[in-house]
Ligand binder design. Structure first.
Ligand code: URA
Length: 233
């Protein structure tokens, strides 16, 4: 649920102040009923109209999702449930795609947007946008793993990873920070250390931290501060 004035402002078509004025003027309906209170809470995917016309999300859209395991981070894959299937009706067919991928069994922070240039910038290998994962392993992690990650783990295929950081949280859990994003990278790094990953969750992507109040499969538009942060990163 989100405030009606915020829902309008999040389209980028009206400021919060203009949105409030529209609502008070009786020009806005949610789910078919006219609302006159800007602070009224509406479901994030409720059909909202202004003067009878669906607002849809216009302009670039930026959503943070807490991706659950079991869905793929692509826009369509035969026989698979995708992250887009978790979004409400208002967010379908507006060109959204995940900026970066998480494996089907990986959970956590995923940015969905229809802003191609921004996604391209965040994902550019040259920019080394940090990604932080919470990881649980089979087999105890120790200082030798911390040191190996710090130097750059060499994967089974001979690829030498960029130096990263491993912060031990318990014998079999850690935060790992990477400055690049290779296919299955965390799993391959820890497999190379003989400590296979049994659970993986992304908790940070560049300046964005996972909103832990989002349930698995939950999502919300980025806040103004978060939007500013991804643009200035
Ligand atoms: N590294 C992985 O191995 N899997 C992911 O989903 C993300 C990073």
């Amino acid at each position: 649920m989100e405030r009606l004035d915020k829902r309008l402002a999040d389209t980028g078509r009206w400021s919060r102040k203009e949105a409030r004025a529209l609502v008070r003027a009786g020009r806005v309906a949610a789910g078919g009923a006219v609302c006159r209170s800007p602070e009224e809470k509406v479901a994030a995917d409720a059909a909202v109209t202004v003067d009878g016309a669906p607002i849809g999300p216009r302009g670039p859209v930026y959503l943070m999702m807490n991706k659950p395991a079991g869905v793929v981070s692509s826009t369509g894959e035969p026989g698979e449930r995708t992250v887009l299937d978790l979004l409400g009706e208002a967010y379908q067919n507006i060109g959204l795609f995940p900026a970066g991928r998480l494996d089907k069994d990986t959970e956590g922070l995923l940015l969905l947007t229809n802003d191609g240039p921004l996604a391209h910038r965040l994902l550019s290998p040259r920019r080394h946008v940090d990604k932080v994962y919470y990881v649980e392993t089979e087999g105890a992690l120790d200082e030798s793993d911390v040191e190996a990650v710090r130097r750059g783990v060499v994967l089974g295929d001979g690829y030498a990873c960029l130096p990263g950081e491993l912060e031990l949280l318990s014998a079999e859990s850690a935060h790992i920070t990477l400055h690049e994003g290779k296919y299955h990278q965390v799993k391959r790094m820890l497999a190379a250390r003989g400590k296979p990953v049994r659970y993986l969750k992304r908790v940070r992507f560049g300046p964005l931290a996972l909103d832990e109040s989002l349930p698995k499969g939950g999502w919300r538009p980025l806040t103004e501060q978060e939007r500013e942060a991804i643009f200035s990163d």
